[in-house]
Design a protein around this ligand. Sequence first.
Ligand code: PLP
Length: 388
Amino acid sequence: MNIELSDVMKGFKPFLFEELYRKERAERAKGRDIISLAVGDPDIPTNESIVECAVQELHNAKNHRYPNTKGNERFRKAIAAWHKRRHGLDFHYIDEISILVGSKEGIAHLPLTVMNPGDLCLIPDPTYPTYRTGVVLAGGEAYDVPLTEENGFLPDLGAIPQKIAERAKLFFLNYPNNPTGAAADIYFYRELIKWAKKNEVIIAQDAAYSDIYFTEEPSPSILQAEGARDIAVEFYSVSKSFCMAGWRAGWVVGNSKLVCALNALKENFDSGQFNAIQNAAAFGLDHFEEIVPGVRSRFKKRAEDFCNGLKKAGWRLSMPEGSCFIWAKPPVDIPSEQAVVKMLEQEGVLAAPGAGFGAHGEGYIRFSTTEPEEVLQEAIRRISAVKW
Ligand SMILES: Cc1ncc(COP(=O)(O)O)c(C=O)c1O
């Protein structure tokens, strides 16, 4: 029998990083020593105190039963307390916070809660690919909003055609930004919320890199902008700031109708995250001030050293304001995929081609700084040796 896959399934392009993984595997199979800076998967081990907490939680038989999809009280209360300390915001742990099995899962499911087939979603270009996944799942349409260097990689709200703004149901944003490393400040968020209210567009701000910021001021929450809670949710993750990518824990916070709808939807898909993991993540949040600044300064130093190395090799770039990524143009103007293939074939360094993140990513290459310092130094040595 010829198994015919659904239109939704056919609507998915292969996940960008899967393609990159495949390329890397093929080169390694040839026996080559490859340095991969293509994906943002932190190499730094999770803080030992969190691991120890998880080990104890593992032995607690209460945790072996089904969790609650919304997340347990311990984790949700720790999240509420953290937002109070970090942003000065009060959130009700019952209906303004819901736990996710990694923020990617919630991001991909959110459009199903508010979009009907044919509805329009605004997506930044270049972008983290999961926003589009969600739109495909919901049968919606995506409209790409350019992020350009001239505009600090922020969307130019005034340039979004009025007809598009009126049709749009949802707008995904992500600051500190993957892939460009740009930051948004509270003034931008205030403008965005005014624009969103005027046009009745729901805002989903992805704060996966909220605590990997290199700016003087900590990166703000969109929910600090007046009225944001009426129209916005924000996605958080322990993957980057706590180097817990493999643990799969994140949360959504903000507008209670949206938070509760996402939770109600998820009850049909999953039964929440293992309570031992939730409790370990809660322990991490309780000790945020001791654990995260060290991670942040390490990523900052890596970014500075890597940027300096690239600049010496003739690359064109600015120092990122946050995230685990460097967004840079090679010494010659060349399509990004060709540049990636040249680096891989000549010197065994794999990076992510900017075009894979959207048309406005063309010309750029994204390097991830989630490998140890000595590997990053060796990568710079190799990249400097590439003959363009
Ligand atoms: C912008 C952005 N958002 C969300 C995620 C997903 O993070 P997680 O599912 O690990 O919480 C990532 C992961 O790379 C990301 O880069």
